[in-house]
Design a protein around this ligand. Structure first.
Ligand code: ATP
Length: 241
């Protein structure tokens, strides 16, 4: 077990957003968290990244274990640079006034003179040829789909072993959505462990090996993706009948 969320309670001020959440991710898996708006999916990812308030809430109970050790006292920058966990946040948050290349290279700041940086850059340009063509373009002039590719590319440039993605399909045309998920599957085949939060539950369950359904801060269903895709309750509530 690579990452284990154990009976996690978290609060924004006095309001509890997660009420005893438990789930785990094994090395090399793609796991998806699905659920309605406000269920606590983003909160869960932000808690793993140890983002400070107000972005992430305070943990008031339970634990987050990575390779068996608690993450709760790890600094956010160490989560990225020492534990090699990276987040593609909802809404991308790329630096619009910087070029594609500058956004990608910013993510390598903590890697100093790691000789693998240029290899990783080539790999990202292989995965997303559109970024290669636009490497000197200001990022705020990219299309929504290209910005999402850049957000994923930037996370990969941290040399992550675990990638968390918050709504990667948001705002993408169907073809780009499928392409994005195909790319995630390819990265996973190369060894990347992935946790993906998605509104498009059907698509997410098609690439993930397992899924968890969140409802108002709790897990209400879980299982292999096939089982969730065929579960009448899950179908009715999250897969459009
Ligand atoms: P969505 O699919 O709409 O992004 P979500 O499942 O990711 O939803 P969260 O964003 O994790 O849900 O929100 C969980 C709960 O925590 C919601 O009730 C939300 O209003 C609340 N919440 C989220 N961020 C904050 C914040 N910074 N301050 C206060 N409450 C927050």
């Amino acid at each position: 077990m690579l990452l284990s969320i154990e009976n996690l309670y978290v609060k924004y001020g006095n309001i509890e957003a997660l009420h005893g959440l438990s789930f785990h991710v094994n090395e090399g898996e793609i796991v998806t968290l699905i659920g309605a708006n406000g269920a606590g999916k983003s909160t869960t990812l932000k808690s793993i990244m140890r983002l400070p308030p107000p972005e992430a809430p305070k943990v008031s109970g339970g634990d987050i274990l990575f390779k068996g050790k608690s993450l709760l006292n790890v600094e956010p920058h160490d989560v990225v640079s020492k534990l090699h966990i990276a987040l593609v946040p909802e809404g991308r948050h790329i630096f619009g006034n910087l070029t594609v290349m500058e956004n990608l290279m910013l993510a390598t700041y903590a890697r100093k003179n790691d000789p693998a940086i240029s290899r990783d850059l080539e790999r990202i340009f292989d995965l997303f040829p559109r970024l290669a063509e636009r490497r000197t373009q200001r990022s705020d002039t990219l299309s929504g789909g290209e910005q999402q590719m850049l957000a994923v590319g930037r996370a990969l440039m941290t040399s992550c072993e675990v990638l968390l993605l918050d709504e990667p399909s948001m705002g993408l045309a169907p073809l780009l959505m499928y392409e994005m998920f195909r790319t995630l599957k390819e990265l996973n085949r190369e060894g990347l462990t992935i946790i993906v939060v998605e509104q498009n539950a059907r698509l997410a369950l098609q690439v993930a090996s397992r899924g968890y359904v969140l409802d108002t801060g709790e897990i209400v269903a879980q299982g292999p993706s096939d089982a969730l895709l065929n579960d009448p309750e899950v179908k009715k509530a999250y897969l459009g009948g």
